[in-house]
Write a protein that binds this ligand. Structure first.
Ligand SMILES: [Fe+2]
Length: 173
């Protein structure tokens, strides 16, 4: 049957974010492993822990709806993961990959922030006060994560690898 109500749309979008957060658990772990900088690694690990808490909050919303989340995927986040796979074909240096991850994680946060803002708006329209509170907490964590990533990115300095310098010298000769 065709979808007609905001409540149905809310459930659809909730499922989307539930799947997104699940996928991000793996992505954040991978990005932590790809980080040599202690602060960056700690940042990804900490946000992974927050993500586990975010999933628990979404579980609570499902409970109040008397429903269970399905195991499906979020095409939006899958797209960003595919984007990284394409980037990896460029064989980036470890340092550049680390810098790339800080940027890719910001894209993810922006996606999540917009998705949570939309869910909050719908939950308000539906008079779901408890869901609004829980979603607001997730939104706040995503906003804080985005700000942290922005600060890390602006301080990040990528040094040219020696290999590249040698190559440039050879070319100059
Ligand atoms: Fe999240």
């Amino acid at each position: 049957m065709a979808m007609q109500t905001i409540e149905e749309l809310f459930e659809h979008e909730l499922q989307d974010m539930y799947s997104a957060e699940q996928t991000l658990l793996d992505a954040l772990e991978q990005m932590a492993n790809e980080s040599s900088d202690r602060d960056i690694r700690k940042g990804f690990t900490q946000h992974r822990k927050e993500t586990q808490g975010q999933i628990k909050r979404l579980d609570k919303i499902y409970k109040t709806l008397g429903r269970k989340p399905e195991s499906s995927s979020c095409p939006g986040i899958e797209g960003l993961i595919k984007e990284k796979k394409v980037f990896m074909r460029e064989k980036p240096s470890d340092e550049l990959l680390e810098f790339y991850n800080v940027g890719a994680a910001q894209k993810v946060e922006r996606y999540e922030i917009t998705a949570y803002e939309g869910l909050i708006d719908m939950a308000e329209k539906l008079g779901m006060g408890d869901a609004v509170d829980l979603l607001e907490q997730n939104l706040q964590e995503e906003e804080m994560a985005l700000n942290k990533l922005k600060a890390i990115a602006s301080e990040f300095d990528v040094e040219e690898e020696e290999e590249d310098e040698e190559e440039a010298e050879t070319q100059a000769q």
